[in-house]
Design a binder for this molecule. Sequence first.
Ligand SMILES: Nc1ncnc2c1ncn2[C@@H]1O[C@H](COP(=O)(O)OP(=O)(O)O)[C@@H](O)[C@H]1O
Ligand SMILES: [Mg+2]
Length: 234
Amino acid sequence: MKQLDLLYQGKAKSVYRSDEQGTLIMRFRDDITAFDGEKKDVLGGKGGYNTEVSAFFFRYLEERGIKTHFLGMIDPITMAVRDLTMIPLEVIVRNVAAGSIVRRYPFTEGAPLDPPVIVIDYKDDSRHDPMLNDDLILALRLTTREELDQIKANALAINELLKDHLDARGIILVDFKMEFGRRDGTIHLGDEISMDSMRLWDKETRQSMDKDVYRFNKGDVMTEYAKVAKRIIS
Ligand SMILES: Nc1ncnc2c1ncn2[C@@H]1O[C@H](COP(=O)(O)OP(=O)(O)O)[C@@H](O)[C@H]1O
Ligand SMILES: [Mg+2]
């Protein structure tokens, strides 16, 4: 497959057109950002760890009946993906209270959320990704009612599958963010499932093993990413 022009350069990945109809090339860069891009760095190896974990989980989910954009690996930081019409939503599933939900609402950090809580934000950096509700999503014509129901059902099913895998490796899936898109009239999971998009705690120590290590200077980010990636894919 040949890489053609750059379609989109985001905060952490670059997306290219390819010479195959309906297939894009997605490269995971070493750029890391937090707090709406206020904090940013380049950490050698980050792209590789996130690609490895994302590819692992996309395959794992596909094998269990979830439709994703993943087609295959091109090199250790590059994957071939289905070209989706992305829906500008950040779909977050929370199993344990942490991060913004604790700052905004009277939850205690670390409190279990059972059943899991779905939070959907509008993906728009210039508006700081404001939280939506069903009525706003429908009023903004971001999805149809059926698509929104399908997205939520998918999000919960993906959560259970990821939780199963991580729990068996001594890792708590605190919360994670997904992006979905349309293809042939069906909702597909797109983007990435990585240490940048999941909040992961060690079950024993409850230490962060994800981008919070970077956000809050909790240790050596790449050492943690390397360790957790190894635990996840083994
Ligand atoms: N399968 C796909 N088809 C088309 N676009 C995608 C697909 N998967 C992810 N994207 C988009 O590609 C971009 C990935 O780059 P990223 O660095 O994460 O960008 P951002 O800074 O917008 O989060 C995102 O805008 C994401 O919505
Ligand atoms: Mg992104």
